[in-house]
Design a protein around this ligand. Structure first.
Ligand code: UDP
Length: 246
């Protein structure tokens, strides 16, 4: 049972880390950080630290998993044993299998899978440090890593959650708020297409609260989307600068 007596908002309506209800944690994104992968990205979202590496599109192995009419996206979300306060077993858990699936499903609508028959793309997500909202931060970084791998995309997928703490709808819950709060609604979104690719809910909300949370999460997604674009542009500015210097 969640302890409802714990105060997650102070008298001024500020949260445990001093944020306002509609305020995001700080988000830093970097692209192309792994030379051995075809595409990669690193995200720091609040205290979350996540690295993503992509291989492909390349011939799909084992061959019986190939699809004659499309590319297959495989995704592995994994938490390092040291990523959470209680050592996590390095073996894949039920939760990690579920998150691997929902992350994959949230990215697929952005890809032209039909253009790459018989190929596969492997997406590896390593959570180095977790503090609530790792599925959203993983989606944000994974979509950037796919763009970095040179895959044409309909849009870059971005994700952010909103939830309910001490009866109020709040953006981007950290771990303590997630555990002691009333609800959490992760949303993945394609801003240019105005399309949601992931929508989950943990906890209880009224219809009005749910709609407010989704709206707030989408506003958060739009802000993070700008940081994604800056991260991609930064990589190409550095490459251009290196070319000029040569
Ligand atoms: N968590 C943990 N131990 C675990 C799994 C998760 O401490 O074995 C924490 C971690 O901080 C994570 C948070 O619980 O970010 C919330 O997990 P949830 O399943 O809601 O997914 P997330 O919010 O990370 O997408």
């Amino acid at each position: 049972m969640k302890d409802k007596t714990i105060k997650l908002l102070n008298k001024k309506g500020l949260r445990l880390d001093g944020r306002k209800l509609d305020e995001l944690r700080s988000v830093k994104l970097e692209v192309g950080i792994l030379p051995n992968a075809d595409g990669s990205a690193y995200v720091e979202h609040g205290k979350n630290k996540i690295i993503v590496g992509v291989f492909g599109p390349r011939e799909m192995h084992p061959k019986h998993l190939q699809r004659a009419d499309r590319m297959v996206l495989r995704c592995r979300y994994h938490m390092a044993p040291f990523s959470v306060p209680e050592r996590k077993s390095p073996a894949p858990s039920r939760r990690e299998n579920e998150l691997s699936k929902v992350i994959r499903d949230s990215l697929l609508p952005s890809l032209f899978v039909e253009n790459y028959p018989r190929t596969g793309v492997d997406l590896y997500i390593e959570v180095l440090q977790a503090d609530g909202g790792t599925r959203c931060a993983s989606i944000t970084a994974a979509s950037l890593a796919l763009a970095d791998a040179g895959l044409p995309m309909r849009d870059i997928v971005v994700a952010c959650a909103a939830g309910k703490v001490n009866g109020k709808i709040a953006l981007d819950l950290m771990d303590t708020e997630d555990k002691l709060g009333d609800a959490d609604v992760p949303v993945a979104y394609m801003p240019n297409l105005n399309a949601i690719t992931l929508l989950q809910m943990d906890g209880k909300l009224s219809t009005k609260e749910f709609e407010e949370a989704v709206k707030m999460a989408i506003e958060g997604c739009k802000k993070i989307s700008n940081i994604q674009k800056e991260a991609l542009q930064t990589k190409y500015k550095v490459i251009k600068q290196e070319e000029v210097e040569e």
